[in-house]
Design a protein around this ligand. Structure first.
Ligand code: IPE
Ligand code: IPE
Ligand code: MG
Length: 248
């Protein structure tokens, strides 16, 4: 990654522009990108991984605090074993290749989803990367791996139920904060902006709870084509939107 200009977060706010604290992206369209070029789907996933580097650098450059990326959904196990192997192979490769850069850029890695499903080798590598970057503060990069929002909410409800049965919480006192505190996104700032690429207009079981008041943006660009200027354009659009949160 190139030398980063000073984060624009605080300065941007003072200057009147509004930088979202937490941006999430449903990175869709890798397969179509490859098909358009007569290439195997894995070529699209490779190009998609390069787009991840660009998005991360953009988030750092613009002073976004948290970038959450949907990399593998709990429904993506429906794909062929070949594609799944390609995806996990790429994860391993990029993790090795990019870890030093992540660390140098001050990026802290965090995961959501049940990534234990990816097997002991990748799990160990991911855990090492999390440990290695744990004290970084510039950007928190949250990667959703084997993530499904409904399962996340169910697990949160189950935890609260168990605590209630054990007498550790009063069921009558369970409120939104209590449930949010059991989600895997606990402690992160509220989701401000959710972007989906590739022209599909759906959430595909991503951050259903967290997106309650996020600004939604659906762009036609296929994920591997998503460039710095697209990220900047999304932030510009975000700044121009009026968020009302139910007020008038
Ligand atoms: C998104 O691209 C990447 C993953 C879901 C892992 P797709 O692979 O879904 O690409 P399309 O939607 O088939 O074009
Ligand atoms: C959502 O994309 C999951 C990720 C981007 C990782 P999909 O391509 O799996 O979603 P659907 O199947 O079009 O809803
Ligand atoms: Mg897709």
């Amino acid at each position: 990654m190139s030398a980063a200009p000073a984060p624009k977060g605080a300065a941007g706010l003072a200057g009147g522009s509004r930088i979202p604290r937490h941006v999430a992206i449903i990175m869709d369209g890798n397969g179509r990108w490859a098909e358009k070029r007569g290439l195997p789907r894995v070529a699209g996933h490779k190009a998609g991984a390069e787009a991840v580097r660009r998005a991360m650098q953009s988030a750092v450059d613009h002073g976004v605090e948290v970038l959450t990326l949907y990399a593998f959904s709990s429904e993506n196990w429906k794909r062929t074993s070949e594609e799944i192997a390609d995806l996990t192979g790429l994860m391993r490769f990029y993790l090795e290749r990019e870890l030093a850069t992540l660390h140098k850029e001050g990026v802290k890695l965090r995961l959501i989803g049940d990534y234990s499903a990816f097997g002991p080798d990748l799990v160990a590598r991911l855990d090492r990367a999390i440990d290695h970057t744990a004290t970084n503060q510039r950007l928190t990069l949250v990667v959703a791996l084997n993530y499904g929002s409904r399962a996340e909410i169910v697990a949160a409800a189950r935890n609260l139920a168990e605590k209630a049965v054990a007498g550790d919480v009063d069921a009558q006192m369970i409120d939104e904060d209590a449930l949010a505190g059991e989600l895997q996104t606990r402690g992160l700032p509220e989701l401000d902006l959710l972007i989906r690429t590739s022209g599909e207009v759906r959430l595909s079981n991503f951050l259903l709870w967290q997106a309650a008041y996020a600004e939604l943006m659906f762009v036609g660009t296929l994920w591997p084509d998503f460039a710095e200027r697209d990220f900047a354009a999304a932030l510009e659009q975000f700044a121009a939107r009026e968020r009302r949160f139910g007020g008038r």
